[in-house]
Design a protein around this ligand. Structure first.
Ligand code: XLS
Ligand code: NI
Ligand code: NI
Length: 443
């Protein structure tokens, strides 16, 4: 059966194309610094937003018109698999991602849930054998069902903890079966509402133990995917434990997990934490912890996770700058953890949204590469920190000084002179590159 009847495979047609169902900038085969755009960008489709979500929100019912909605239960799950691989093929997606809950309905018992999952996983495996689309990551949904009301690996209820552990165990088996490149932990309800009823230390210690058990099990079954933590500061809980990359890193270091994990950084979670997307990428990068990306954007006027498709070119450029400086994403990718707006309810909106996101990151990639090739930011930055390359600055960097020496040096200083940071000049240079590179003036 065909689900997207009137849509053919999306092709690259170039910047002047007026065909809404074509890529204008994302040319998968085009090489940037020796690698194809497809290899560098590693786009992924998020199953939950694209196949499973229905457009309902706290104030209104489902709006999405989806050709597979005529089915129910396991038939619906199977129809979604068929539709998903048609979509992956037509949008030319190299990867996809899912939660257990997105692909198969929960049964009345855990063993029934496993059975449902096994059937769908077998079907996905079959489709994958003839598709180029691979599994970027999977994860366990331990936040939707009422049993997770007080959390999962940080629940006050040990039975819930055990149940969540079982879901992760199954998730790792599924990841291995489908050859996932990564396994993600987003702390859905791992956080708290009020300290009045919370043993924060026990919850965090339990979370540390939980991750150690996951690492041990992955070794036991020889699952070789990269483990990723996806930070988020709030929503659904008021205080999410994995607030941002810096908080997550301190947690991993405290529990001696830093060598087994990296981060999956979501743009909208960064801005909810009061950071820019590129800040989170930078913190991860300079600590060797940049694993993968949930590519979306928030709405600056709203205080929650709106998960919009990424279209802000300034942000995609600065994000790709960090990713290129990181030497790429390794096993990670750019997963569109993004949903069409509730008003964009027709099936073809799924194509328009992915095209918008893929083109926006393709522009970001090209502009970032050009900024790096021309040494634009780095040359200004090295000039700015020039004082650390000689004299007292070099002594500081090389660890050859102490407070006595620095005091003696400071006492003989005359008036200290600083230089301008040139922020506005830099922003206008980035604008110039954005316009010139995307219009083909600078190649
Ligand atoms: C929710 C998260 C979630 C994770 C996967 O805000 O972004 O979708 O990516 O559990
Ligand atoms: Ni996400
Ligand atoms: Ni999110």
């Amino acid at each position: 059966m065909t689900y997207f009847e009137n849509i053919n495979r999306i092709q690259y047609e170039g910047a002047n194309s007026t065909n809404p169902l074509a890529f204008k900038f994302y040319n998968p085969e085009e090489k940037i610094n020796g690698k194809t755009m497809e290899e560098l960008l590693r786009f992924g489709v998020a199953y939950w937003h694209t196949l499973t979500a229905d457009g309902s929100d706290p104030f209104g019912n489902a709006t999405m018109i989806r050709p597979w909605n005529k089915f129910q239960g396991m038939d619906l799950a199977k129809a979604r698999v068929e539709a998903s691989f048609e979509f992956f093929e037509k949008i030319n997606a190299p990867f996809f991602c899912f939660h257990d809950f997105d692909i198969a309905p929960e049964g009345t018992t855990l063993s029934e849930t496993y059975k449902n999952l096994d059937q769908i996983v077998a079907m996905i495996k079959e489709y994958m054998s003839t598709s180029k689309t691979k599994l970027l990551w999977n994860t366990a949904n331990a936040f939707t069902h009422p049993r997770f009301v007080h959390g999962a690996a940080t629940s006050c209820n040990a039975d819930v903890y055990a149940y969540a552990a079982a879901k992760v165990k199954k998730g790792l088996e599924i990841g291995k079966e489908l050859g996932a490149d990564n396994y993600v932990f987003w702390g859905g309800r791992e956080g708290y509402e009020t300290l009045l009823n919370t043993d924060m230390k026990l919850e965090l210690d339990n979370l540390g133990r939980f991750f150690h058990m996951a690492v041990d099990y992955a070794k036991e079954i020889e699952f070789t995917g990269q483990f990723l933590i996806e930070p988020k500061p709030k929503e659904p809980t008021t205080h999410q434990y994995d607030f941002d990359v810096a908080t997550g890193l301190a947690f991993l270091q405290k529990y001696d997990l830093q060598d087994d994990f990296k981060f999956n950084i979501e743009a909208n979670h960064a801005t909810l934490a009061g950071h820019t997307f590129e800040h989170e990428l930078r913190v991860a990068r300079i600590n060797g912890m940049l694993g993968s990306v949930d590519a979306n954007q928030g709405n600056p006027l709203l205080g929650w996770d709106t998960d919009e498709f990424p279209t802000d070119l300034y942000t995609t450029t600065l994000a790709m700058y960090e990713i290129l400086k990181n030497g790429g994403l390794g096993k990670g990718g750019l997963n569109f953890d993004a949903k069409v707006r509730r008003g964009s309810f027709e099936p073809e909106d799924l194509f328009y949204s992915h095209i918008a996101g893929m083109d926006s990151f393709a522009i970001g990639l090209k502009v970032a590469q050009k900024l790096i090739d021309d040494n634009v930011l780095e040359s200004l930055i090295s000039e700015r920190y020039q004082s650390y390359t000689e004299g007292i600055g070099l002594d500081i960097v090389e660890g050859n000084t102490d407070l006595h020496k620095l005091e003696a040096y400071a006492l003989q200083l005359g008036e200290i002179k600083n230089k301008s940071g040139r922020e506005e000049r830099l922003k206008s240079i980035i604008n110039q590159y954005l316009i010139n590179v995307s219009s083909g003036v600078l190649v």
